[in-house]
Design a protein. Structure first.
Length: 278
């Protein structure tokens, strides 16, 4: 038997999903499998709380306040149900459990679910595109802020290691910001500890300058304090994997950087920055 909270949620869903004719007390009671008197009591309570307008008793409707709440519930329901189905929960169970998630999970949980759903959508969009540009990527995904893991590779393998020292020079993960004007990767430069090959002492290093390759030449990246911006337009993406669950999108761009270690300024080096959408 549904709890009072579950029944209220279902009534809100009836109001936004049913036609005017089917939003009558009798019709909604039949649809939800409850007695007519119970439906009348619930709708009267919603009217008292300012969610329902019953100026026409035969055709109650949501107030602006009620519609706003109902649409919020509907967004949560859709997110939760899609997420559960993606995780392998049968459709009917997912529908029921989505009600529980909608009612009792906090905003942070739904923010995480929404990020996961958007990541899955990204992978599905590019399922049939083994290669695509960063501009295509930023045009297809929804505006917002995302975080992705990344690795900075050396241009050439050194002593069996292809990870650049600069990989330690930025906070992980990176942030990707997409808006109307396009998107960019935002990196935060941090101090990195390195052992001097000459003295054996631990020394602090930091990335001082960064350039990115735009397909023709290396361009100085925009810097704001510790933060460095790289436009997504110039990334080259590859889609790897046969299904959405296991598919990985990785986007790469060639960089040139200068690092300092202690008082020593290292020569400019070339590296490959790669972010992963998985």
């Amino acid at each position: 038997m549904a709890t009072n909270e579950e029944l209220r949620l279902k009534i809100f869903m009836c109001f936004i999903n049913f036609s005017e004719e089917n939003r009558r007390i009798t019709k909604m009671a039949q649809a939800l499998g409850v007695e007519k008197y119970e439906m009348s009591r619930q709708v009267a309570q919603l009217e008292k709380e300012g969610y329902v307008d019953r100026s026409d008793p035969r055709s109650p409707k949501l107030t602006e306040k009620g519609r706003k709440l109902a649409e919020g519930y509907a967004r949560r329901m859709e997110l939760a149900q899609n997420h559960l189905i993606y995780e392998g929960v049968p459709k009917e169970e997912a529908r029921h459990d989505a009600i529980m998630l909608t009612l009792y999970c906090g905003d942070k949980t739904f923010e995480n679910i929404q990020r996961m759903e958007e990541t899955l959508r990204m992978k599905e969009i590019f399922a049939d595109k083994p290669n695509f540009s960063g501009r295509e990527f930023s045009e297809e995904i929804n505006e917002g802020h995302y975080t992705f893991p990344f690795i900075i590779y050396r241009e050439k393998v050194k002593k069996g290691n292809n990870i650049s020292m600069a990989n330690k020079g930025f906070a992980h993960p990176c942030e990707v910001i997409v808006g109307e004007g396009g998107g960019f990767v935002l990196l935060k430069a941090v101090d990195m500890d390195e052992i001097s090959g000459f003295s054996g002492l631990k020394m602090k290093g930091r990335v001082r300058h960064l350039k990115y390759f735009d397909g023709k030449q290396f361009i100085e990246a925009a810097v704001n304090g510790d933060f460095i911006q790289i436009p997504l337009d110039y990334f080259q993406f590859h889609s790897i994997g046969d299904d959405s669950l296991n598919r990985i999108l990785h986007g790469s761009i060639c960089l040139k950087m200068c690092c300092s270690v202690g008082q020593v300024h290292m020569p400019e080096s070339t590296a490959i920055f790669t972010l992963f959408v998985h």
